[in-house]
Design a binder for this molecule. Structure first.
Ligand code: 9MR
Length: 399
């Protein structure tokens, strides 16, 4: 692995791909490969991905009233050409009370993305979670009726998509509508209860009316694995048969070391591509901590009381052997994404660095996870180099 990293860096240096001035490129002693690995500045990930697909990051322009930290800004602006607001465009953030829209944090992120030359991504319009209760209550305090729920959905979508028309080119329109269990197709979302099964089709039609040029995405977790893929294909095929403007499927890809099987993920990419949809990898991370729950339902919480040593084993640092296994899994994932670059439009990582990942608090609060490409100091991890290598495989030299 280390040798391959050095070989890759040598090739980049030789080909002039490095993110450095000519002086810097000629600086290191190429006869000593270790020197190259240490001295050559990092090639930005977006440059390694070239025009295969966009590489994105999730972050916000601020966290709980504080501005985004300088480390996150540096990493995001250097390496990524797409930015998804991790929280600041959710209905709860944008319309906490009926008719009172708050765009400050979201506007700042869109402006930051533009400054970096990155595409801002819209996340998300219709979701069962992080949506204020008022959406689902009628004037009498009773559950909202269909007509009012549709009207509120239309107002929200038209206002939000309309505001960013021409700036946000991809929207997660409906998020996580598929049920996790073995039977029901759709989750018992308050939107389903208020409107009925066509709430999904309606949301896409409203988003399309608000911005006919935007790429509209159905986004969900677990749909890269067999049990939810079958349901997702059923849902998407039915939407397409009705002429609903759904253009892409977002496979979130919140993964662990041991699951999912990448062969299954590849099957899923092919299945969605066969429907004629573009595929977006919208929320990729690979957690290294043990867990009993494999989904990404944000309502889920477990306690680790009395099990700290087993459930939070890397509090003081990640053993190198695990970091290497983690890198290898990222390498295989990106090699597969690269093979399917004709149908994949974007690969977004859900967080900037290990210190900023939601996985430190899910499904158990207060753990120390290592899911990202950059460590808590903002340094690239073995996973970073593995991804770059997978994106730009070294040209095979003739024997
Ligand atoms: O990463 C997000 C975390 O900071 C929030 O607390 C949480 C609830 O809003 O949402 C997380 O992001 C979720 C995303 O919006 C939808 N898919 C699952 C993501 C991880 O939970």
């Amino acid at each position: 692995m280390a040798d391959r990293k050095i070989l890759w860096l040598c090739i980049l240096a030789g080909a002039g791909f490095v993110w450095a001035s000519a002086d810097e490129v000629s600086g290191p002693d190429l006869a000593r490969p270790e020197a190259v690995a240490e001295e050559v500045p990092l090639a930005p990930l977006k440059q390694a991905a070239g025009d295969a697909f966009l590489v994105g990051i999730a972050m916000d322009s601020g966290y709980r009233g504080r501005a985004a930290d300088a480390l996150s800004v540096r990493i995001a602006s250097t390496h990524f050409n797409a930015v998804t607001p991790e929280n600041s465009m959710k209905p709860m953030a944008l319309q906490p009370e009926e008719g009172r829209f708050e765009f400050g944090t979201a506007d700042r992120l869109v402006a930051m993305a533009e400054e970096w030359g990155a595409e801002p991504i819209g996340h998300c319009l219709v979701w069962h979670s992080q949506t204020p209760r008022w959406f689902f209550r009628g004037p009498d305090g009773e559950p909202v009726d269909r007509a009012l729920a549709l009207q509120r959905m239309r107002t929200h979508i038209a206002t939000v998509v309309g505001r960013y028309k021409g700036k946000i080119k991809q929207w997660d329109v409906v998020n996580e509508a598929i049920d996790d269990g073995p039977r029901a197709l759709l989750r018992r979302s308050p939107w389903l209860e208020a409107i009925g099964e066509d709430y999904i089709a309606e949301a896409f039609r409203m988003a399309h009316a608000a911005d006919p040029d935007a790429v509209l995405i159905y986004n969900d977790y677990g749909i890269e694995e067999r049990h939810k893929r079958e349901k997702a294909v059923r849902l998407l095929r039915s939407l397409l048969d009705q002429g609903v403007p759904v253009h892409a499927v977002g496979m979130q890809c919140h993964w662990r070391m041991e699951r999912p099987d990448l062969a299954e993920v590849e099957e899923s990419i092919k299945a969605y591509a066969e429907l004629g949809l573009q595929v977006m990898i919208t929320e990729l991370d690979i957690g290294v901590l043990p867990t009993h729950y494999s989904g990404a339902d944000v309502g889920r919480q477990e306690s680790m009381q009395g099990r700290e040593a087993v459930m939070n084993p890397y509090r003081d640092g990640l053993p190198d052997v695990v970091a290497q296994q983690h890198a290898e899994r990222y390498r295989q994932a990106f090699a597969m994404f690269h093979r399917h670059r004709d149908v994949i439009g974007r690969v977004t990582l859900w967080g900037v660095h290990d210190g900023r990942s939601w996985l430190n608090h899910f499904p158990i609060r207060g753990r120390t996870d290592y899911p990202m490409l950059f460590d808590r100091q903002g340094e690239p991890k073995p996973a970073f180099f593995a991804v770059v290598e997978a994106l730009q495989p070294p040209i095979a030299l003739a024997e």
